[in-house]
Design a protein around this ligand. Structure first.
Ligand SMILES: C=C(O[C@@H]1C=C(C(=O)O)C=C[C@H]1O)C(=O)O
Length: 130
């Protein structure tokens, strides 16, 4: 048998191995299979979201717009809280989660703006972005 690759995922890894009845373990692993699928889609969804926000970041840097848009955030949070309630997800958690993502996006936008500024200075471009 070949050794598993150092970063290969073991879906049956558990601190409970050998401590619970086999039928309980089987059910646990089955539910965990769904959790693993959901986690994978979360990664893909987040990657797509960050691709989109990256584009917004370049647009803002180019036209010298602020990294954050607080009014947009208020509208997004109100909407997500409503959706969360409908979906029986804790709205406070939905808000915390969105704020966590948005703060990371804003950090990216600030970094993009700083790089853009530094590059414009290097090539002696006017800084208006137009
Ligand atoms: C992506 C943007 O930039 C920031 C990040 C947001 C987000 O991650 O959804 C929303 C508003 C902005 O504070 C944007 O202005 O649309």
């Amino acid at each position: 048998m070949t050794e598993p690759h150092a970063d290969s995922f073991d879906p049956s890894a558990s601190s409970l191995s050998g401590q619970v009845a086999p039928e309980v373990m089987e059910e646990l692993l089955s539910v965990r299979g769904s959790i693993d699928n959901i986690d994978a889609t979360l990664v893909y969804l987040l990657a797509e979201r960050f691709k989109a926000t990256q584009r917004v970041g370049y647009l803002k840097a180019r036209y010298k717009l602020p990294a954050a848009d607080p009014d947009r955030e208020v509208a997004q949070i109100a909407r997500l809280r409503r959706l969360a309630e409908e979906a029986h997800l804790d709205p406070a958690f939905a808000e915390k989660f969105l704020n966590f993502i948005i703060s990371e996006v804003i950090r990216h936008h600030q970094a993009i703006a700083e790089n853009h500024e530094a590059e414009s200075e290097q090539v002696g471009e006017p800084t208006s972005g137009r």
